[in-house]
Ligand binder design. Structure first.
Ligand code: NAD
Length: 542
C-alpha cells in the first residue's frame, strides 16, 4: 500500500464559457438541446448500482413548454427505499475503508467529465428540465458542480492533515471516521450543483447516501448520477431514488441506521424532518447529524449615499435572474426617498427591455418558473398586492400559463414595511420595495433586521464606506452572506462560502471545511509506551 502523505493544491474555479453564437461550445450545446428535446428518456431508480423499475411512473415536462415530455421516471415505493438503505449500508464498509485519496480521485474524475465530455449534456438537461437560460445553467450545473467537487477534495485533504500533539511516553492520533450508518440526502429543484454536493460532500468523507432528488430536477440529476458511476463510484455508495417525498422521508426516518440528513429546500420540509427525527431520537444508533439550508427573504439596503443606477441594475439581476428562484434572490429592498425616483425609472427601463420566454431562445433574460404550483403561488401574491391599498405594482404584474409557466418580473412598492410580500419567502420573480424617509435611516435598518425570520443573504449599497460598515455591523445576524455594493446572489465556491442562519438553516457553509466536518465522527487513539505499574501517585509515597 502506498502510504505517502499527499498534498492537494488549492484548485482554480472552473471558467465560465461565453456561448457566443457559432462558438464551438454553443454549437455543441445547441445540438445537445435538440437531442434531448427529440428523445425523451426513461429514468429508473439506481440502487446498489443497478437500474430498478417499479409499477409507478410519472412524467417530466418542460416548464417553458409544459406539453413537451422530457422523460418518464419511476417512483420508489417503500420496498425500494428499504433496498436503497440496505445497499448504502453494504457499501459503507468498502467505501469507508478505501484510501481517502482514491475517494478524492473519483470526485476529481467526475469534475473532469462534467467540465469536458458532459458539459453540454448537463447544461442542456438543466436548461430544459429546470428552465435555466444558458448562463444560469453554465454557472450552476457545470461551474459550481465542478468547483464543489474539486474544492471538497482539497478541503478534505486539509482536514485529514489535522492531528493532535503527542507528548512524552505517548502517541496520539486522530482517525476521521465517517458517520456510522447512512446519510439521507434530499435535494431541491433549483440547483444541479447542490444536488451533486449534498451527496458528494458526505461521500468524500467516506459516507454512503440514500438520495431523494426533487422531481422537477430529475433530468439533470439522473445524468449526474450516471456521471458519478462513470467516474468510478462503487455500487451502493449513492442510491438514487426518485418518488414521493413524504413516503420516502417516512420510510428512511424509520431506519435506526440513519446517521445524518443533508438537506436543501424549504423551511417547512426541513422543520418536518427535524421534528420527526427528534420524536424518534432514542431509536437511532447515534444522534443523526442534521444539516439543512433552507429559505430566505433576502434584501438590498440602499443608503442615501448609494448610486441609483447601480442599485437598480443589481436589484434587477439579483431579484429576477432564474425567475427569483435562487435561495439568495433579492425579494425586498429598502430605498431612501431621495434616491427613489432615479432607482424607479431605471428599474422600469430595464423591465421594459428584458425579454421573457423559452430558454431555447437566447434573447430571453427571464424564463418560466418551475411548475404550475409555483406559477399559482406567485400569481396569488401578485393578486394580493393588486387588491391592497398599501401596495402599487410599477412593473410586471401578469402571468400566462397557457404554454409554459411564465410570470412577469413584478415590482411592488409598498407603504407598509411589514407588508406580506416584505416578510414571506415567495420564491418567484417578485421584488417588493419600501421607500423610507431619509430621516428614518436607523429605524429602517432596525426594520430590515427584524422583518423576516430568515437570515440568508443581504446587501448594502453606499458610497459612504463608514456608513456601509455600520450597516454591515447592525445587520450581523440578518444574513450569513453579506455583500457591500454587490447583488446578494452568485456566491462562488472557495470565495464566498455559502449559508445562512436564523430560519435559513444550520449555516454549515456548503463547499468548505465547515460542511465536511459534519460528515465525520473523529476517533482519538492514544498509545502509551510505558503503561503504569504502580497504582499510587507520587504524593502518596514516602
Ligand atoms: P422543497 O422543500 O419543496 O423540496 C426539497 C426536497 O424535499 C424535494 O426533493 C422534495 O421532494 C423533498 N421533500 C418534500 N417533503 C419531504 C418529506 N416529507 N420527506 C423527505 N423529503 C421531502 O423545496 P424546493 O421547492 O425543491 O426548493 C426551494 C426551497 O429551497 C426554497 O425555500 C429555497 O430557499 C430553498 N433553497 C435553499 C438554499 C440554501 O442554500 N439556503 C439553496 C437552494 C434552495
Amino acid at each position: 500500500m502506498n502510504n505517502a502523505i499527499y498534498n492537494f493544491a488549492l484548485p482554480q474555479n472552473e471558467p465560465v464559457l461565453e456561448y457566443k453564437s457559432n462558438s464551438p461550445e454553443r454549437k455543441q450545446l445547441d445540438a445537445e438541446i435538440q437531442r434531448q428535446l427529440q428523445h425523451p428518456i426513461e429514468i429508473p431508480l439506481i440502487i446498489g448500482g443497478k437500474e430498478v423499475r417499479t409499477s409507478q411512473t410519472g412524467q417530466l415536462k418542460m416548464p417553458s413548454r409544459h406539453a413537451h415530455l422530457l422523460a418518464t421516471y419511476y417512483k420508489a415505493t417503500e420496498k425500494e427505499v428499504e433496498m436503497a438503505i440496505e445497499a448504502a449500508l453494504k457499501a459503507h464498509r468498502i467505501w469507508s475503508d478505501l484510501s481517502w485519496t482514491v475517494r478524492a480521485s473519483i470526485l476529481l474524475k467526475a469534475a473532469e467529465l462534467i467540465s469536458g465530455k458532459y458539459r453540454a449534456m448537463l447544461n442542456a438537461s438543466t436548461m430544459l428540465g429546470q428552465s435555466k437560460n444558458i448562463f444560469q445553467a453554465e454557472i450552476d450545473s457545470v461551474c459550481e458542480t465542478v468547483d464543489f467537487l474539486k474544492f471538497n477534495a482539497y478541503f478534505a485533504s486539509k482536514i485529514y492533515e489535522m492531528q493532535p500533539q503527542s507528548a512524552f511516553n505517548q502517541l496520539n492520533k486522530m482517525e476521521f471516521r465517517p458517520l456510522e450508518g447512512f446519510v439521507f440526502t434530499v435535494s431541491p429543484f433549483n440547483f444541479t450543483s447542490i444536488a451533486s454536493n449534498l451527496n458528494m460532500a458526505p461521500v468524500m468523507m467516506g459516507n454512503t447516501t440514500v438520495w431523494k432528488p426533487a422531481t422537477t430536477a430529475l433530468l439533470s440529476n439522473y445524468y449526474l448520477m450516471k456521471i458519478f458511476q462513470e467516474a468510478g463510484l462503487p455500487d451502493g455508495v449513492i442510491n438514487f431514488i426518485p418518488g414521493n417525498g413524504a413516503l420516502i422521508g417516512k420510510t428512511v426516518l424509520a431506519s435506526h441506521d440513519l446517521a445524518g440528513i443533508h438537506f436543501t429546500g424549504s423551511n417547512n420540509t426541513f422543520n418536518f424532518l427535524w421534528q420527526e427525527v427528534s420524536k424518534q431520537l432514542p431509536f437511532y444508533k447515534s444522534y443523526p447529524r442534521l444539516v439543512g439550508e433552507t429559505g430566505g427573504k433576502n434584501f438590498i439596503f440602499a443608503h442615501p449615499s448609494a448610486q441609483a443606477n447601480k442599485v437598480a441594475v443589481n436589484a434587477y439581476r439579483g431579484a429576477f435572474e432564474f425567475q427569483g428562484q435562487k435561495c439568495s434572490a433579492v425579494s425586498r429592498m429598502y430605498v431612501p426617498a431621495s434616491l427613489w425616483s432615479g432607482i424607479k425609472s431605471e428599474l422600469i427601463r430595464i423591465s421594459s427591455d428584458a425579454a421573457m420566454g423559452d430558454i431555447v431562445d437566447s434573447n430571453n433574460f427571464i424564463n418560466a418558473v418551475i411548475d404550475e404550483a409555483s406559477f399559482d403561488n406567485c400569481m396569488n401574491y401578485i393578486n394580493f398586492a393588486k387588491e391592497s391599498e398599501e401596495a402599487e405594482i410599477i412593473a410586471g404584474g401578469h402571468g400566462d400559463k397557457q404554454l409554459g409557466y411564465f410570470v412577469e418580473p413584478t415590482i411592488i412598492v409598498t407603504t407598509n414595511p411589514k407588508f406580506k410580500t416584505m416578510e414571506e419567502e415567495i420564491f418567484g420573480p417578485i421584488l417588493t420595495v419600501f421607500v423610507y424617509d431619509n430621516s428614518q435611516l436607523q429605524e429602517t435598518i432596525a426594520l430590515c433586521n427584524t422583518t423576516s425570520p430568515y437570515g440568508l443573504t443581504g446587501a448594502v449599497f453606499a458610497t459612504d464606506r463608514v456608513a456601509a460598515s455600520a450597516i454591515c455591523d447592525h445587520l450581523r445576524y440578518a444574513a450569513g452572506n453579506f455583500y457591500i455594493n454587490d447583488k446578494p446572489t452568485g456566491a462562488i465556491v472557495g470565495l464566498q462560502p455559502f449559508g445562512g442562519s436564523r430560519a435559513s438553516g444550520t449555516n454549515d457553509k456548503a463547499g468548505g471545511e465547515f460542511n465536511l466536518l459534519r460528515w465525520i465522527s473523529p476517533r482519538t487513539i492514544k498509545e502509551t509506551f510505558q503503561p503504569a505499574t504502580e497504582y499510587r501517585y507520587g504524593y502518596m509515597m514516602e
